[in-house]
Design a protein around this ligand. Sequence first.
Ligand SMILES: *Cc1c(COP(=O)(O)O)cnc(C)c1O
Length: 403
Amino acid sequence: MSEHQNEAQRLIELEDRYSAHNYHPLDVMLDRAEGIWLWDTAGKKYMDGLAAYSAVNQGHNHPRIVEAMQDQLSRMSLTSRAFRNDRFGPLCEKICTLLGYDKVLMMNSGAEAVETAIKAARRWGYDRKGIPDGEAEILVFDGNFHGRTTTIVGFSTDEGSRRGFGPFTPGFRILPYGDLDAVAAAIGAKTAAVLVEPIQGEGGVIIPPEGFLEGLRSLCDEHRALLICDEIQAGLGRAGHWLAHHRAGIRADAVTIGKALSGGLYPVSGFLADDDVMSVFDAGSHGSTFGGNPLACAVAEAALAVIEHEKLCERSQRLGTRFLEELRQQDLPVIEELRGAGLWIGIQLREDAGGARRFSEALQDKGLLLKETHVHTLRFVPPLVISDAELEHALGLIVDVLS
Ligand SMILES: *Cc1c(COP(=O)(O)O)cnc(C)c1O
């Protein structure tokens, strides 16, 4: 073994010895990143095909975001919302203007934004819709991923995420994703909200059937329930739009955003809604020590400006369509189904292909890092700043390994 391999092995052992084993990472020891590229401790270069689950849509260490962060870091990073800070108002204005909502409530992790959505929906259900106290219901879908808090995993259908963590928060009903009849049967006077991913990311890039989101919109209108889209992974360019549910030509009553909201430099998330919903929050009803801090605001403002100025939504749309077409033309026998929206590609492998993991390991050898989701799905989710030639290169590697 080389000196570098020994060092990487030592670091893996440290991690295994001292960290909880709550992930199953590829054994690649990274120490540097730039744009779409990652380097391991031996200096080997890899293309990033995961983009930190879409948190680095703008590419790693985007110079404009780094500069905004460094500049803010040298001035002020945390005041708490007990005082006002000069970066907060401008960021809230930018988010609301870009995404088309009256107000935003800033948090840090994605799960916190979803928790905020749940609280907003419940209080709105009691205060505005008149649901009897303690009886509000939120409709959710199987195969969902909304984060890792105890409330959220309580309505997950992934056994590994739930086992041993109960008792869980009541008030959620899990329906089959894509099944409007099931929603029509479940929705009613006690329904505060329908919480849905417009495309299921962790579920394996699952695109709902034609008409599903439109149908949810009509049912929510009919029964006066809030339609809340979790756009934490799907939004901010990944699916080819600022918000993925716009693909269906509808507007959700509220959305959660996170991940690419910071371009990967810092955890920043938000819950957006119009005044009718957001006004359920009064002083003391919700908050976070770090939520809306000046450093987060500076980073998020720059991260959004990059998506805007580099036209990453359009880019995602164009490159994603091309990638999907070209991969489809290859007609590879190991592929059961190809799914995609923007530069967000799910490659469903045949069950007899031996699982996705061996393909991600083979691609790692060839210099492309991506991650399987579930046993038989590979996903290709590069930073949206990838060039046409680089995308062509990635396609070649993927075809090579799957042939
Ligand atoms: C990643 C993700 C979350 C959770 O975000 P964290 O920052 O990991 O808490 C919630 N919803 C969706 C759709 C996600 O992809």
